[in-house]
Design a protein around this ligand. Structure first.
Ligand SMILES: [Mg+2]
Length: 252
């Protein structure tokens, strides 16, 4: 994993910025800092200004685990081209089926997990998020959640995250599928993707040499991302660099 803002990475980023590129980001932990209360998550004012400018210079996408309306409402007035919610499945095909599966799963999980203190079920219509940030015994809460999901009548995909277990319909497209579809819809040659969590590994694991640059917020040995930012605050530097590079793009 290499640092994206190092001098050595400058050329890679410049080549990308001067290509026909789709620029895509996760939201929580990437564009916005992680906060204890997920309802309060928002971009810093400076990030928000830079992000709006990047959206005016590049075709941009946000691909979040939040529902699409939820994440859209957090992007301010940025002229963003694509907003994808629910880990890559919203908008998309088969939403009615996913909604039905999730409603059944929710009813069952509410029953099974009723006795586990500190577990919050978030219903995002096409997927569920089981938060255990408030739980005193996090290991116990996590294993109770995983056991309850494994016992569901309809098999679900489990995506662990930061003090959260995401429950997604098994056949639903993931963030990687969503990004590939957007890159081709945009007829872009390359894509840049920045994320910070387990669900972003679906993008990081794509094998797209020369056509996808993957960046993780936070260096990690277990991640498949090729580059990293040291922390979420470095997002502002990356956005500023993307702006500067596009503005000084050599005439073709
Ligand atoms: Mg995230």
């Amino acid at each position: 994993m290499r640092h994206l803002l190092s001098r050595e990475s400058g050329e890679v980023l410049a080549q990308l910025a001067w290509s026909r590129v789709l620029v895509a980001f996760d939201f929580d932990g990437t564009l916005a800092p992680i906060v204890a209360n997920r309802e309060m998550a928002q971009m810093r004012a400076r990030t928000s200004d830079l992000f709006a400018k990047v959206c005016s210079l590049y075709p941009c996408a946000v691909i979040s685990g939040r529902s699409q309306p939820d994440v859209s409402a957090r992007l301010g007035a940025a002229p963003i081209k694509y907003v994808i919610g629910n880990h890559g499945l919203e908008p998309g095909a088969s939403l009615n089926e996913f909604e039905e599966e999730i409603a059944h799963a929710r009813a069952s999980l509410e029953k099974t997990l009723a006795g586990i203190a500190g577990v919050d079920l978030e219903d995002k219509r096409y997927s569920l998020a089981l938060h255990y940030r408030r739980s005193r015994n996090k290991r116990l809460a996590r294993s109770a959640i995983l056991a309850a999901v494994a016992a569901l009548a309809v098999r679900m995909r489990v995506v662990p995250g930061k003090l959260i277990v995401n429950v997604v319909p098994e056949r639903a497209p993931n963030k990687g599928d969503a990004l590939m579809e957007l890159r081709s819809a945009e007829q872009a040659d390359t894509a840049l993707y920045v994320g910070d969590d387990v669900t972003d590994e679906d993008v990081f694991e794509l094998d797209q040499p020369g056509r996808l640059l993957t960046v993780r917020v936070g260096e990690s040995r277990s991640s498949a991302a090729a580059y990293f930012l040291r922390d979420q605050k470095e997002m502002d530097r990356l956005l500023a660099k993307l702006i500067a590079l596009r503005e000084e793009r050599p005439a073709t």
